[in-house]
Design a protein around this ligand. Sequence first.
Ligand code: GLN
Length: 560
Amino acid sequence: MSGSNTRFIFVTGGVLSGLGKGVVTASIGKLLQFRGYTVDAVKIDPYLNVDPGTLNPVEHGEVFVCEEVWEFEAAPGYRFRIAEIDQDFGTYERFLEMNMHPSNNITSGQVYLSVILKERVGEFLGKTIQVIPHITDEIKRRILGASQRLKPDVLLVEIGGTVGDIEVMPFLEALRQLMLELGKERIILVHVTLVPYLETVGQLKTKPTQHSVKLLQSMGLQPDIIVGRSRIELPEEIKEKISLFCNVPKHAVISDPDLETPYELPMIFERQGLGDLICGLLGLPRRRPDDGAVSEWSELVRRFKEPSSCVRIAMPGKYCMISDSYISIIEALKSSAAWLGLKAEPILIETEEFEQDPEKLRILDDVDGILLTPGFGARGVEGMIMAAEHAIRKQIPLLGICFGAQLLFVALSRLILGLRDAHSTEVDPNTPHPVVDLLSEQREMSLKGGTMKLGGRPVKLVAGTKLHQAYKSERIIERFRHRYHISPRYAELAVEKGLMISAYDELDGTICGIEFRDAWIVGVQFHPEFKSRPREPSPLFIEFIRASYENRRKRGDVMD
Ligand code: GLN
């Protein structure tokens, strides 16, 4: 079926979700890259949304935005824009150091939409449309199609959800069929499961792993490798037990213990021989990992593990129930701090707390910097504006991203321009002072999926601004995801009071950056966190951390 020589590694999850399958998948990719093999990664999300763009981040974590916008042709004549993809793509980009393509995120929504629209167009005339073969054929078509795009040596395919979920079934069935069609030597299965530690007996337990492997076996799938997610490294006897009960050799049972930094996982895997094992199973020549590449990655891990001091960053936001809502921001903070020899401590604060009790704003006096987060909708917004006002009054370093930049502008309009009722029309459509308003091209838009301003776009930076100093360039490409923007009319009023407009969208001229002349208070309409990578952190985040650390020194919290 597939013309190229690409090998496939499927990664499934057992027992429960949230095991870090994305980090496992990306780490396996890194092992292959260490050996000079090219890789690409597909993520399958079994939910019925066409893309995660319409999901609240507390459901499945952050919505990641890639550089490219993809015109998804579900069936002849039916096109949809997709640039919003699963948060695991952020992990892939940070580990594999390459831009991922939105078509690599396959959802059940896309698969069913295609099949149903193709039926309407008449592609299957005379036939009964069924999960097998029509849905499974579409899944295989998409996976093989992804392998044709870059024709990598190895395509990693992470299947989201947990084995046993009803929605995952068609994907596992498609995998079984693919194994038959491509042959075992081109495709392997890595199963990631939880090996829980039972405090009461002081033991790791293998039974959940045994059960989830049995489920896989009942669907005709035998894992080649089992990755055991646990608090500690799996002792020999536990590996032996999993090997015996799950029908895999002992050397193919791999530990995935809790780590200080996820970037250490490729090293932990390498030490257990996983790279060579995978090459052997896939019939790839066993190359030695490149010494330079491995030592550069080790150096990165060392940087994360040996900071000289810390920097505390408050993140007032709306989706703080799970830290995954802001994973790329948190990773960008940590990487840029590590770059400066520091450890970032992000502190997530649900801003409804400020609304209920303004005394709680005092928390912000104990932090070194404030990152005002992206978001949508009215809940918690007054609290975010209160946090921005507090930062302006106390001159605390602040970086506002997207919604955070817009609400920073609302705060300064109220505080400095004296427009007490200023607001974004997203939150108060009847405000007398719409300092943040709908982009003009959004006015006619009624559909919600994939209709925002999305993807990577050129941004012009104004010389002499903090933004320009950070990026050391007059033109950058950054990624966008928004419908509203800072009103140029009100921004001009603010300029008279000391605000600087530091960036413009090169294509439509909208304001993309604002900053205070005399304090490190900066807002950007784009999302620098999506392009930040551990070995190449976002220059803007680096400058924000530098300013926050400077503030820490001034406050006397630093001993050195
Ligand atoms: N809700 C705002 C808008 O649509 C900000 C979006 C965001 O923070 N990504 O413009």
